[in-house]
Design a protein around this ligand. Sequence first.
Ligand code: BV8
Ligand code: ZN
Length: 244
Amino acid sequence: MIAENLIAKMETVKALLSGARHVAVLTGAGISSESGIPTFRGNGGMWQGEQAEELARPETFAREPERVWEFYNWRRATVAGCEPNPAHRALAELERRVPEMMVLTQNVDGLHQQAGSRNVIEMHGSLWRLHCTQCTYFEENRESLPPLPECPRCGNLLRPGVVWFGEALPRGVLSAALDSVSRADILLVVGTSSLVQPAASFAHIAKRAGAVCVEVNLEATPNTGFMDFALHGKAGEILPALVE
Ligand code: BV8
Ligand code: ZN
């Protein structure tokens, strides 16, 4: 059920989207929560036990690779059974309608691509990608993995193909994301607590470049204050209504 005042704001955003030339969409774990994937920081979030935030660090992986792999194998098994939800599908539909659109996702679940989005930048990597800790070997796979997967080329330990805290985003990813954000007429920020950098700065950059900034989130975030439109509610309800 969408509240009255929210509907009025959504009508304005809907009209803006229909005339937009370039739409950039920054997404976070909140867009996948209605697919059954736990978020990081909200209630029921994965990081609630501070130990989870500690697990997404290279130094933890170096010290306790089995414990980190247990976390990521659990994440892979959880996501493998999940489907895109109406929010992902609404963005795939929007991409078919606007001349230029890019989804910049912090998520590693691959659900945007599964929903049909073609222009997706996975800024924090992917659960389905593995790469060797020693050589240049990497692979995509969705199978269940042994406790310490080994590189078929050199026999060393494989690691999840995700970006951990203190690690730089993959080469070219940040520049491509910044390029899209600075050229956008509209930046949609969907389902992110806007706490993790560099993604949390994208709205500032888009605003300075003249974009209209719209936040779609269950609750207020540190960036809500300078959004042009803050549409607070479920992404799975708001996005389809913006694109219908
Ligand atoms: C880097 C691994 C530099 C993958 C993750 C101080 C200032 C500025 C920066 C820093 C600083 N101290 C440290 C840093 C850097 C650090 C950082 O930002 N730390 C934060 C915590 C302060 N950043 C980094 O280290 C980044 N790298 O800066 O490199 C560098 C440069 C050159 C050379 C070397 C180094 C790397 C960041 C990536 C870290 N990796 N995870 C994985 O396992 O997934 S972060 C983790 O948080 C996830 O990747 C996730 O994507 C990300 C963000 O979380 P959200 O997606 O926002 O999810 P969250 O649960 O927080 O929020 C969900 C929201 O959805 C909530 O608001 C909720 O209300 C809403 N919601 C829920 N349900 C719904 C909904 N909304 C709508 N509808 C619903 N149904
Ligand atoms: Zn190797």
